[in-house]
Design a protein. Structure first.
Length: 299
């Protein structure tokens, strides 16, 4: 079945129903896109049409905790392994032998680990902002600034932080997103997910489940699938050391693209008019200088 218009669907796995936006022919190569915090599947709403135009079946989902149909109580259901397993479950639901996997921020962490532990299910990997988990862990030892850049990870583990961030219509999150250059309309779309306090608490359970050593996933294997890693030179949460160490943890074809003048929220750069020429990873013609946008290249 060909879907030329974006549709909102529920993807059912043994864990529940994941809310998703999808576009493109169901029998075309699949691209699965994973968002970060405090965002949602809306992160990719400018990218999905380009992927469909290029002949791909693109799926952007609200992940565990963000989707009301997969929002278990407690912290333990949000361990990173379970988040990775959700991706593989989604691949099974889609009936795809392999998918092109794209992730930003926490979605990038999950994408790295899915590609590292399940390379047979991942055709290619594209990650924005978040470095390879082992490179991130090493950066804490060799970059004196990385701990302060990642201080929010520890802050978000407290039991009280949900109410702090939910206060006044998520005013603190709204300010953080605005300071990161995210357009107001996108901010409103993201924070609409957190109109239910339980959704915000579940999203923060990702941090709580990861624990104090959540960024120290040293045992994550090197990634052998074709990989593109995009890092903004003004990323306040990931330093240059962690970004550049990632090269040492990719054994397959690899391209590292530094996006000048870009912050953590790389996914909010406008899509280029040529962005749909073919996916993934986004490669030749990637954003340079300010807002050139993404250009997707078929492997």
């Amino acid at each position: 079945m060909v879907r030329m218009r974006l549709e909102s669907v529920d993807l059912v796995t043994s864990e529940g129903q994941f809310s998703a936006d999808t576009v493109g022919s169901a029998d075309a190569p699949c691209v699965v896109l994973l968002h970060g915090f405090p965002q949602s599947r809306h992160t990719w709403h400018r990218v999905l049409p380009a992927l469909s135009k290029a002949g791909f079946h693109a799926i952007a989902l609200d992940q565990r905790g963000y989707s009301p149909g997969v929002r278990p109580a407690g912290v333990s259901p949000y361990i990173t392994k379970r988040l990775v397993d959700d991706v593989i479950d989604i691949v099974e639901t889609l009936g795809a032998p392999r998918v092109h996997l794209v992730g930003h921020d926490w979605g990038g962490q999950v994408a790295w680990m899915a590609a590292a532990h399940h390379p047979g299910r991942v055709a290619s990997l594209s990650v924005l902002s978040r470095p390879h988990p082992a490179a991130f862990a090493r950066a804490f030892d060799v970059d004196p600034e990385q701990a302060s850049r990642s201080a929010h990870h520890r802050t978000f583990q407290s039991a009280e932080i949900t109410d702090v961030l939910w206060r006044d219509g998520c005013a603190a999150l709204r300010a953080a997103l605005s300071d990161g250059g995210v357009p107001e309309a996108d901010i409103t779309a993201y924070l609409s997910v957190f109109s239910d306090r339980a959704a915000l608490d579940a999203a923060l359970n990702w941090y709580r489940a990861a624990g104090a050593d959540g960024l120290g996933v040293v045992e994550c294997p090197d990634v052998g699938v074709p990989t593109l890693y995009l890092w903004g030179a003004h990323d306040s949460s990931v330093g240059r050391v962690a970004a550049e160490l990632t090269t040492e943890h990719v054994s397959g074809p690899y391209r590292f693209v530094e996006v000048a003048l870009a912050p953590c929220f790389l996914s909010k750069l406008p899509a280029s008019p040529n962005a749909g020429q073919a996916p993934v990873p986004w490669s030749r013609g990637c954003p340079k200088a300010r807002w050139a946008g993404f250009h997707i290249e078929r492997i």
